[in-house]
Design a binder for this molecule. Structure first.
Ligand code: MN
Length: 129
């Protein structure tokens, strides 16, 4: 069962995403700030990280740089989740080390496709539920 670390401080998003991912047979770990995200990445070595960029204590940009700066963790794919719809934001996410980018509000089927692609797993088909 692939393990996904969800780093998100918004409880509604956290709830929605973790529920839908668990229904897709992912093991979901949760961190609610960037520092905890880095710590849990070290401890639990998830297969993939969904990283909100706007986080308390340490933002997603810095958390991503720390994870990608650690040779033991750098291989873990990170998908940035950001509400910033500004031009150049995607490039900024990629420059910080994120492997992919998804803008909020999250469209779950599209996010799931990206997750499956990055994990190299076969599509589970209809993702509306
Ligand atoms: Mn946030």
């Amino acid at each position: 069962m692939p393990r996904i670390l969800l780093v998100e401080d918004n409880e509604m998003n956290l709830d929605m995403l973790s529920r839908r991912l668990e229904r897709r047979q992912f093991e979901v770990l949760i961190a609610m700030d960037g520092a905890q995200g880095v710590e849990m990445t070290r401890q639990h070595r998830p297969d993939l990280i969904l990283m909100d960029m706007s986080l308390p204590i340490m933002d997603g940009w810095e958390a991503t740089r720390r994870i990608k700066g650690d040779p033991a963790l750098a291989h873990i794919p990170i998908i940035a989740l950001t509400a910033h719809a500004i031009a150049g934001d995607r490039e900024r996410c990629l420059a910080a080390g994120c492997n992919e980018y998804e803008s909020k509000p999250v469209k779950f089927p599209r996010l799931l496709t990206k997750i499956e692609q990055m994990l190299g797993i076969e599509s589970s088909g209809d993702a509306t539920e």
